[in-house]
Design a protein around this ligand. Sequence first.
Ligand SMILES: [Zn+2]
Length: 378
Amino acid sequence: MTSANDTTGTGLVFHDRYLQHNTGLARSGSPAVPYPYADPEPHVSSPRTVSRSKHLIDLSGLGEQLTAVAPRYATEAELATVHDRAYIARVRAIAAQGGGDAGVNAPLGPDGFAIAALAAGGAIAAVDAVLAGTVRNCYALVRPPGHHAVADHGLGFCIFNNIAIAARHAQRTYGLQRIAIIDWDVHDGNGTQEAFYADGDVLFVSLHQDGLFPPDMGLLEQVGSGDGVGKTVNVPLPPGSGDAAYAAAVERIVSPIVRQFAPELLLISCGLDAGAFDPLGRMNLSSLGFRELTQAALALAEECCGGRLVVVHEGGYSQTYVPACTLAVIETMAAAAEPWPDPMLTRLLGTRTRREVGLDAERTITDAITMQRAYWRL
Ligand SMILES: [Zn+2]
């Protein structure tokens, strides 16, 4: 890794402690039901996808081009910009008692409070590095993820809402007003949506698989409330949408809205579970599709806010494909001269959803445009 003060470079936040976050063993269906086989299986949100992503970053040589950005522990006051004090105390108590569930399927072990605070602090450190000009953009490869966590409980493997806490940090510490968050995790970023639902200063745009998780969240008609009306944008794409539908949704909805909102900082909730082969998603994105999403984000950041872009790792569960897609995102951010050749890509380039927007996806995009035309020129 290069040293600091490289204002044109890309930063990477990582800490070995992220791999110590212990989600336990796999359960079948309900978290209360044990896995039915004798040989133990790791939890679907095991450390493996993040550790392999870091491994591939280093193995590919990309790591040498990145600036290491050290995470720190988010303070209680920082966590409390998004979460209730009672919830923060509860997570601390659960960890002190040896671990448990911070809400609904949000497991943590005895070190879980500290590690979750280090994940939130990793997103904060990425914002600091970009806003201080140490790097041009920054990827926070943190664990546990955050975008499902709401004010008073954890949800879907998320303990604290890392990206929402980072957005509040950017406003409070640097006096920024308008921040845009794009969430391309295959699940809806319900926690982030909820944190800013009535806030006109934070634009939240979510591309996700329709009807997946959580139930009844990320709906087209959820557009914000009060001062925040029109500042929540949901594009619930049908299963199987693929690269072409994502590119069309970005070109026709996401980019024009972000451009008109004109943020002072762009944040991305980067789930890799819309990737092909993911056991929890059915969106069939290729690593090239992730490169294209990242290029669109870079172009928006360039146009609106001097290239200031912070990308925060969220979900992603394919042990073989998440590392390739994570690498594709960071290589694009760093404008890597020789991208690592994704061995799975040739198979995906031939799929129809690489080239064509399906009829159902086209209908969703059209419906989202109709819904958002009340607030934006589309
Ligand atoms: Zn997800």
